[in-house]
Ligand binder design. Sequence first.
Ligand code: PEP
Ligand code: CO
Length: 536
Amino acid sequence: MSDRSSMNDSKQEWSTSSWRSKPVAQDVVYPDAENLSTVLQQLKSLPGLVTPTEVDRLRKQLADVADGKSFLLQSGDCAELFSYCNPTQIEAKLKLSLLMSLIIIWGARVPVVRLGRVAGQYAKPRSKATEVVDFDGEKKEVLTFRGDNVNGFDVRDRKPDPERLLKAYFHSSATLNHIRASLSSGFADLHAPMSWSFSHVRSPALQAEFERIVESLTDALDFMKTVGADPESRSESGSSLSSVDYYISHEGLMLEYEEALTRVQKPSSKGLHSNSSAEREERTPSEVPYVLSAHTIWLGDRTRQLDGAHIEFFRGIRNPVGIKVGPSMKPDELVKLLDVIDPRCERGRVTLIGRYGAKNVDALLPAHIRAVNASSHAQSVIWCCDPMHGNTTSSPSNPSVKTRLFSDIVTELASALRIHQSLGSRLGGVHLELTGDMDENGFSVTECVGGSMQLQDRDLARNYQSHCDPRLNYEQSLDIAFLISHFLRGQRLGKTSGAFSPAPASTLVNDQAGGSPNEEQDQILSELVKGISARP
Ligand code: PEP
Ligand code: CO
């Protein structure tokens, strides 16, 4: 264990409110403290949105991810709005997650743990507390939009309102209810006919590759049907071909809200499992604190200070947790953080969500992997790649529009896969901002540039919907799923040529303007990267 002098002392007693004695980064100041306290009391009496048994089931499934037996797919909006709580948008997100997981399972031949940034992803950290806006023709400084559970996107509605926390609870609850009801009504039935169209794919080689994968996947599903693996047959884990597990997550930013939805209780015997030798030694657990606002929450890159309130809260909860790891993280700081959050080194308790940016990942990720590998956490963490948050840029034609280049996203993801492979480590998952939303003409959102549909910078205005970060659209999300599937298949079959090129992926990106990739390089990757011609 490392030196703990400058951090949260994990020997100090933890309670659901011990975070209150620490500095709270990204704090929201409510003008009406009394109203806040009334709202929090109400939240404390409401039922949890998820159950401890479900949280423990996810812990078990994440332990499998840490062991390399499953792959993690975490995906959804940057910021959910209350208005997204409608059947069309909820189903679009769910469908996309199911399709992506199916594609990944086909290549990897391991289960996929599906985790939505959904049913509670309302609060946002911001780099600036205020902004200057046009307010009835006048320039005025107002608080920035902090997410629908804090204030409104409308510039006249920026005062933090505690009632929004209650609204967040009820919108999360309605969203989750629709997810659960859809899944238990056969939404995930893989035997239902699927219409795949690749008409948007510009590259003939890529189109052929996608068609090959889908043909093979459809054959596999037909075969399973023939041998009797019908939708009714449940597997040991309780999932079947027609009903699947789907978990919810959000950034654990608003600690008042998380505290109010924490319930200290005994784990159900159903949810118990031996996750590590340390845990096996653990007494039949007495009462433990479960955050029941989501199955898992993550710690953002702006709120992971070693002596801060967020880490204090996160260290005591039973839920598995994510930690965003950005360029400012020092390797020894990362290990200290793990010592505090996961002192018993439970497999799958912590998912490290790297978000370095395509330009930084080669320089920064290896040192982080080496530091963790040299610590007691080497076997227990899950490494996950968030190729979104280090790659946000401005549109060259309109600098006030945020975008992301598909080539940067693919480059970071490809680099992460390659770096882990070369260091004997494993990338266990991916964390994506995406949406399956379409306009009334069936046209996907246009927020990121590139992908197999070769979306250009000039196309961004066509259907730009995000109130926060730019998201991958339906087609771009499937591109990423095919890419991951293709890589994991190559790895499974022991083919280096089926995997990404041994050369850094950035070479591929730079090569794309120049023409054909060399033979060593991976075809599907270079075809995907070719989809980008507009770079700022
Ligand atoms: C996010 O996930 O939406 C986010 C704000 O990420 P990060 O903390 O990595 O910047
Ligand atoms: Co975001």
